[in-house]
Design a protein around this ligand. Sequence first.
Ligand code: NAP
Length: 91
Amino acid sequence: MNSDSPTTVLIVGASGDLARRKLLPALFSLACKGRLPDGLRIVGFSRSQYSDDHYRDLTWKGIQEFSDLTARRGAATGKSSHSACSTWKAT
Ligand SMILES: NC(=O)c1ccc[n+]([C@@H]2O[C@H](COP(=O)([O-])OP(=O)(O)OC[C@H]3O[C@@H](n4cnc5c(N)ncnc54)[C@H](OP(=O)(O)O)[C@@H]3O)[C@@H](O)[C@H]2O)c1
């Protein structure tokens, strides 16, 4: 990815199993390793209607369950050197 230009990842089927178990935990792990471009936006699309807060909570539970252990520890302790990791849930 070219890190000089804004990047948006669009997840079609954001309420589904693939997003919850694979795509979002993988993006989280990459964020914790500093492998995503600054200012990356992730936009989810599906028919289900969730509030932003409810969807963030669902996503966060999936991340806690399925992202790799190093990424989860970095976020939990605030020791990741990448701010995107520790601020993931809030943004
Ligand atoms: N799960 C895996 O590990 C995995 C692995 C490899 C490949 N895949 C493939 O990835 C795809 C998704 O799998 P999945 O397991 O995530 O399925 P899923 O759990 O059934 O989720 C399907 C997603 O698509 C959305 N969707 C369905 N119809 C839609 C429509 N008309 N408009 C907008 N959104 C719609 C659903 O949201 P709403 O119901 O809220 O609209 C939901 O978010 C499938 O083709 C599957 O074969 C999955």
